[in-house]
Design a protein around this ligand. Structure first.
Ligand code: SAM
Length: 284
């Protein structure tokens, strides 16, 4: 790959947010004392012609993003230890490089993205293994579900996706997955209500003027109860990010994160959830 930016990328709305995630990951991974290794993300940011620093700032949220990413990686790692040949489905995969961070040489990987992002991903991060596949469709459609093979275990992930959906869309998607993939698990993140309200009011802006797209779906204790009440949802549990670097993220936040009220407020990082589907959808 060339070293100077030579691939102009022009995205808007929710799709542009994938560049924010990529940039923060790369910012963290570029540090000597990085808590996340992600050489592919660093390489991509070098390659893409986009005013990253101008729009998103200096990457100060790199560690914040990396801890969220590491929590997802830990979940995938734990799943693969139990199901080495299992399938991981990454909904709204954007330019995530997680496959290369967690690949055990056997995992089967299915990315699901909107068609224009699949095209971009094909140029920048083409599937390299026969075990990798990307489906171009909305995560909200049932089309991608036809490509799922849960015979060796199935983990669904949705990193940085559900918050952009309407609550009824999130509920319908989870209900369909719980019916179609009994015994599988779903790992996802969300935003707390105060954060959602700020995005809806257009108040979540970087110093460079980049505004977070509206995030209509938020998660709190009441929403977790609503998810628990969906058919064939057997368990909804909070995930706790690992400890990071420095006094705050290395010591204070891990202590605070033991309190569910703190996790729900989203002040130490976005709330992360793991949801398990029951084995018998007919049992409700
Ligand atoms: C914040 S980015 C997250 C990307 C990636 N998961 C990450 O963490 O770096 C949100 C992603 O959701 C994708 N997206 C938005 N609506 C979608 C939909 N209905 N179906 C599939 N992907 C969608 C966008 O294209 C974008 O890549």
């Amino acid at each position: 790959m060339a070293d100077s930016p030579n691939l102009p990328v022009d995205l808007s709305g929710v799709s542009e947010s994938l560049l924010w995630n990529l940039y923060q990951r790369a910012a963290e991974a570029s540090r000597r004392d990085a808590i996340l290794r992600d050489p592919k993300a660093v390489e991509l940011v070098r390659l893409i012609d986009y005013p990253f620093a101008e729009k998103f700032g200096k990457g100060k949220l790199g560690q914040w993003q990396a801890l969220r990413v590491l929590c997802f990686d830990q979940q995938v790692g734990a799943f693969l230890r139990e199901h080495p040949c299992g399938q991981v489905v990454a909904l709204g995969e954007g330019l995530e490089t997680q496959f290369w961070r967690v690949d055990n040489g056997q995992v089967r990987w299915l990315g699901v993205e909107l068609p224009d992002i699949v095209e971009l991903r094909g140029q920048l991060l083409p599937d390299e293994e026969p075990r990798q596949r990307t489906v171009a469709c909305s995560a909200l459609s049932e089309e991608w579900m036809e490509h799922v093979d849960a015979s060796d275990g199935l983990l669904l992930t949705a990193q940085g996706l559900f918050m952009y959906f309407q609550p009824e869309e999130v509920h319908a998607l989870i209900t369909t997955c719980a019916r179609r993939f009994p015994g599988a698990a779903l790992v996802f993140d969300g935003v707390p209500p105060w954060f959602s309200e700020r995005t809806l009011a257009g108040k979540m802006k970087t110093s460079g003027g980049y505004a977070s797209p509206p995030m209509p779906w938020a998660i709190d204790a009441a929403e977790k109860d609503r998810l628990r009440a969906l058919p064939n949802v057997a368990e909804v549990s909070d995930l706790i990010p690992p400890a990071g670097r420095g006094l705050l993220r290395g010591h204070v936040y891990p202590l605070l994160n033991r309190l569910s009220a703190v996790r729900e407020m989203g002040l130490t990082g976005l709330p992360l959830q793991r949801l398990c589907f029951g084995h018998d959808p007919a049992a409700g």
